[in-house]
Design a protein around this ligand. Sequence first.
Ligand code: NAD
Ligand code: UDP
Length: 313
Amino acid sequence: MRTLITGGAGFIGSHLCDYFIEKGHEVLCIDNLLTGSPDNISHLIGNNRFRFIKHNVSDYIYVDGRIDNVLHFASPASPFDYLNYPIQTLKVGSLGTLNSLGLAKAKGARFLLASTSETYGDPQVHPQREDYWGHVNPVGPRGVYDEAKRFAEAMTMAYHRYHNMDTKIVRIFNTYGPKMRIKDGRALPNFMCQAIRGEDITVYGNGSQTRSFCFISDLVEGIYRLLISGENNPVNIGNPEEITILQLAEMILSLTNSKSKIVFKELPVDDPKVRQPDISKAMSLLHWEPRVSRDIGLQKTLKYFQDTLNKNK
Ligand code: NAD
Ligand code: UDP
């Protein structure tokens, strides 16, 4: 099998590169390093089943030879990143998805789109099931990401229906683990690094908003099962254990034995108040559910941030 992963030098993409290499695939990783890092894939350089191509997938993608699977993961993903790169985010969600679908069509490959729980926006249905159409502000600052992904889903379904392509859509909920960028601005890396350094823990709003955090190895397994399944409609992959952001901050404080104080900052515009996946579809169709407990996942991630911060000292 030859598997192409766009965004393969990012957090999730680099874990996917490892996973497919371990499965015996040849892996082509395409990334323009906008928010990713060569450090995430440096251990794979020299492996003759791995190739890195530095390229912006919003421009035409040319790859020689056979391709069996195209996994489209390229896109800024943290709110901090997509607010910094609004146009690139819209382009990679639209043009990047079009080019990735076009490549998959030309090669007769399976296609998998990395979509997001953000397609549900600030949801009025809780927990979120795949048949909920969402509540997104198209002209708010987060719209650049949410609408690009909604467009990407529509484009993927059009290629499936019109060109009869085998396409998959995974709606990924908040995922965490080693290789997250220290400064990607998301709650989990912020809180862990702030706690380790003894800095104030910045909770936005009053911290009552909820999220449901999935450990990276669980997500990757779910993505693989969806890829090889017969399902073409969107499937939620995430961990349904929901917590408030204030609880997350407190949990990280106690895990790190840190003397940091929690401080409250302004809540970003259109920040979703609740988020929790209904994973009954993944459970019945893919026989998938998360296995890594929050305690274990947080400990592994903390070790990664401690090691990374020590190296950067
Ligand atoms: P990330 O920023 O770590 O990785 C994204 C990668 O895409 C980076 O390596 C970046 O350099 C690359 N990239 C961006 N624009 C590109 C372009 N035009 N051409 C080529 N490469 C480009 O983010 P991540 O957390 O690994 O997210 C990966 C994918 O999963 C994204 O599509 C994101 O929307 C989706 N997702 C992630 C989460 C999460 O919790 N991490 C949740 C929902 C969806
Ligand atoms: N958040 C926070 N402090 C931070 C970073 C984020 O309180 O330093 C909040 C953010 O406003 C949101 C939640 O934590 O309510 C999760 O944010 P994140 O950026 O991790 O992901 P999102 O789910 O918003 O995409």
